[in-house]
Structures are given as C-alpha cells and as structure tokens.
Ligand binder design. Structure first.
Ligand code: Z3R
Length: 291
C-alpha cells in the first residue's frame, strides 16, 4: 500500500472507498478501492480472494482493468485503471442533454463490455451509472464486475447508503435465487433510457413494492401466460393488471430502432430478455461510430 500516494477520495462504492492515487516510482495514476468486509476480524474469505484474483484476467477495452489485488491484515485493496469520471457525474455536466450519437456510442460500448464479461461467465449484478466510467476520449468502461459474486450484494453500502433498486429486474426483486446474464441486460436497458433522457432515472422506486409497481405500470403487468415461472418466485405477489405504455412517451428522444432495442431489453420474463451478443447486432447500431 505504501507504494501509492493517495491524491483524493473519488467515491464511496457499495464495498468501500475509492481513491485516486499515484504510484510513487512509476508515477502512474490509478484508482484504489479499499474493500470493507462484514467481518473484518475473520479476514478476507479465501473464496472471495480467489474470485477477485481471477478478475485480473478480465481484459477488455470496455472493462476497467484490475491491475492488482493487495491483501494485508484483514484488508483488501484493489488497484484499478483510472478513469476521469463516472456516468452519473457525466450526466450532471451535461445538464440534461446527452446527444443522440453519444447515447448510441455509450450504449454500444456498454454492450461490448457486457458481451465480453458474459462470454467469460462473469456477471455484474449491480450495474448503475456510478459504475460506468468515462474517459476524456469518450471511452466507456464497466467497473466492479464480478464483485457481487465474490463479496455478495449487501442491503446497505458500507457508507450506510441503501443499495439502489432502480436497475434491478422484476425476477430479482421477487427474490429469484438463480441469476444469469439477463440480470445485467435489464440494468443496461434502464441505463439506456436514462442516457436518452439526459440522466433522469427511468424507474426510481423507493422500495421493492414501489419498484415493481413502476415496472409494471410502464411495461404492463406480466401474466402467467407471458411469464409462467413468476408464480414460483419466493416473493411473488399479485399486482393489478396495468396496461403497457408506449415508449415513445417515455423516451421521446430515442429513434424508432432505439425504442425497439429498449423494448427488447426491458422484458419482465428473463428468458425473453435480449442478450448482449444479439443486442450488439441490433439495427439501432447500423451507423455506430467505433474506433
Ligand atoms: C474502479 C472501480 C470503481 C471506480 C473507479 C475505478 N473509478 C471511479 S469509481 C471513479 C469515479 C469518479 S472518477 C473515477 S467520479 O469523480 O466521477 N465519482
């Protein structure tokens, strides 16, 4: 740890504090994430450590690089590639206006990162604008991939902030015990709509019930015909049969193809939610500029 000089605190994540830091000899700028564990006295579980070390091999332009894992005295520090800002801060700087080309480029890069991680059997499980990082040259990178499996998703952030429900799919909100890549595709849909709307969150529920109600009021309440497995979910409960609303009114700045892509991501039945590899070849991206 004393190889690094802390410059400033850049964030309070789900698992701990993130600092901007400089390597004392190489002068390289990095992001240091100090993970707080529930049971500090017990030390870092060896299963978590193994999981985290595997993430060092996850190398892709749209995934924040994990350079190193420093483990000492019941503490874990992860050394990440540094990026200039997160998507939440980017939204603030845009003051409600993200141009259509930027939305398309960010969404494409988000899907490229997701496709790579999913192809390597790594899920995120907690995608949100705070863990999408943006570089000065317009590159988008996914941060905190694979941490949920290593450490588990807590109810509260270590900073006592409540973990957000806004990007969670209905199956997870109803306590589905098995997850797959579809969980991240739902979050990608919510983030897509949020980008198109200049940073206004699509489904800002204040508890599980309110989150589900907002989802069903937007997409229409699923039925046992459209989603038979729903009834078996641990926290399944009946909701009024809300009719779906048109996404034209919800994301007026998205073009028709963009709306169609969004509609295929925001599908309540996880089985029918679009996968990242399919989303990447969607007609919405015909004219995407990628360097
Ligand atoms: C790795 C993991 C999480 C984060 C990393 C790197 N960088 C982060 S959060 C960050 C956040 C900002 S700048 C860099 S902010 O100033 O926009 N909040």
């Amino acid at each position: 740890m004393d190889q690094y000089e802390k410059i400033e605190k850049i964030g309070e994540g789900t698992y701990g504090t993130v600092y901007k830091a400089k390597h004392k000899t190489s002068k390289e700028i990095v992001a240091l994430k100090r993970v707080r564990l529930d049971d500090e006295d017990e030390g870092v579980p060896s299963s978590a450590l193994r999981e985290i070390c595997l993430l060092k091999e996850l190398k892709h332009r749209n995934v924040v690089r994990l350079y190193d894992v420093l483990h000492s005295e019941h503490r874990l520090t992860m050394v990440f590639e540094y990026c200039d800002q997160d998507l939440k801060k980017y939204f603030d700087s845009c003051k409600g206006n993200v141009d259509a080309k930027t939305v398309q480029s960010f969404m494409h890069q988000l899907l490229l990162g997701l496709d790579f991680c999913h192809a390597n059997n790594v899920l995120h499980r907690d995608l949100k604008p705070q863990n999408l990082l943006i570089n000065k040259n317009g590159e988008l990178k996914l941060a905190d991939f694979g941490l949920a499996r290593a450490f588990g998703l807590p109810i509260h952030c270590f900073s006592a902030e409540v973990v957000t429900l806004w990007y969670r799919p209905p199956d997870v909100l109803m306590d589905a015990k098995v997850y797959d890549t579809s969980i991240d595709m739902w979050s990608a849909g919510c983030i897509f709509a949020e980008m198109a709307n200049g940073g206004v969150p699509l489904l800002p529920g204040y508890d599980v019930d309110d989150e589900l109600k907002r989802i069903f009021k937007l997409l229409g309440t699923p039925t046992l015909t459209t989603w038979p497995e729903m009834k078996q979910l641990p926290s399944y409960k009946e909701f009024p049969a809300y009719p779906p609303v048109s996404l034209v009114n919800v994301c007026p700045t998205l073009n028709e193809q963009g709306r169609k892509l969004l509609q295929q991501l925001l599908v309540c039945n996880p089985k029918y939610r679009l996968r990242a590899n399919k989303a990447l070849v969607h007609a919405y991206f015909v004219d995407v500029q990628s360097r």
